[in-house]
Design a protein around this ligand. Sequence first.
Ligand code: NOJ
Length: 537
Amino acid sequence: MIELKPAVNASWWQTGIIYQIYPRSFMDSNGDGIGDLTGILKNLDYLQWLGVDAIWISPIYPSPMADFGYDISDHTAVNSIFGTLEDFDQLLDQAHARNIKVILDFVPNHTSEEHPWFVQSRSSRDNPKRSWYIWADPAADGGPPNNWVSNFGGPAWTFDQQTGQYYYHAYLPEQPDVNWRNPEVEAAMMGVMRFWLERGVDGFRVDALRQIFKDDQLRDNPINPDYELEQGPYKKLLPLHTTDLPEALAAVERMRQTLDDYSERVLIGELYLPFERLVAYYGTNGAGCHLPFNFHLIFTHWDAAAIATLIQRYEAALPAYGWPNWVLGNHDKARIASRIGKEQARIAAMLLLTLRGTPTLYYGDEIGLQDVPIPPDQVQDPYELNVPGLGLGRDPERTPMQWSAEKNAGFTTGQPWLPLAADYPTQNVAAQQQDPHSILSLHRRLIALRRQEPALREGAYRWVQSQGTLLAYVRHAAEQQFLVILNLGDEPAQFCPPDQALQGQVIVSSNPAHEGQTVSEAVTVQGNEGLLIRLSS
Ligand code: NOJ
């Protein structure tokens, strides 16, 4: 039996729930078909009603939008598509007035090719900003300096005719990587953090954090022996010399020092890494990221034993100072309701909101949005355009939020930048708010309970059983104990408590008709059902 300790003096980013907003797709207030800051502002009441504690907003900065904002041309301004700096300040004030924290995306690994730093850097070999980016001479045959490949397919090096060298880009050629080995770059990036911290933002989600340092000798990456075609060209190599270098860990601690000059801010790292490497990003004695994003639920086989093992492996890997966190989806991965189906998406919500650790909820998952098929002539994502047909494109999970049955789901009065799901007339916030059986109502009940109950918010986790399709665990603090039983299959299954008679009351069920029922001894859990039971002490 695994027993894991509760939090002591927990901070907001430990007890709270983070909600990710993809700003292009949340709410359009000016009819241009693209979401904006005023659109977010207008829906703060909804977010407060839902009960989330913080919003993380994907990039809002000036950008040519080659990678939809992850190609920044000015780090300290707001893209006019999204509004103005004044709109941002107003959003921040209004969010804070509702006790909602605001986390911004910080993109330190690369800029847009249109960023003035890169414009200068590429202008000549002796420009003072030349070494702000990663330039290298061609190989002997005139080709790229080494075999590194871009995350979006194709070589990671682009030749610059004017100066006769290649520059490195982990993503698009329009997104040159900066050179973190140059202290001036680091100082400039810390300045970017300070700019927003001074304005009052509550923290950052740091983009592509494992990539910020690359091998200084530019050694070839080894071939991936397990590569399969459908994984896309980036997976042909093992990114040994382009990701997760020790220098990155040290830089994270310096970012954290900048952040710690301000009180109660959070540093979240985007880190696709196995657990043993992921936990290194908490830093020495916790001096790094508060929350190195744990994406493992996105990739796991949806099976009770597999998930139980995953939780156990994560908990076992966490250092004493490491606070856990869980993510089910984001703007880069297929939506949970498409990965495991609409019925199981409700079970996934119960899992996310009852596990030990900070949950991050991706906008639209609370109403069970599914990936929307994008006709080839409407594809926007550069990844899909570069590597078509493998299902790697990210447009399907970025479609507009479905607010109501009105035209365009109430998202815009214009032409939405991506198509809406055909089911929006019935699957939308307004309809689901009225329906106690909806996945939205389920999220809201779970969030409310989590806010109210220390055992769920900060309590210890104890694995109870993973048998057949059932996964069962207990969350407890002081006198309170909650038993969570999740049926990951679509057939009824019998839960028999392993070591004690079961007495309690169903507080939340994915089927509200079962809420309030008292249970004693064995419980029959319906297919696709999850139960949260308050155990009698
Ligand atoms: C990760 C972001 O989440 C993704 O959307 C982006 O394309 C890359 N980093 C590059 O910034």
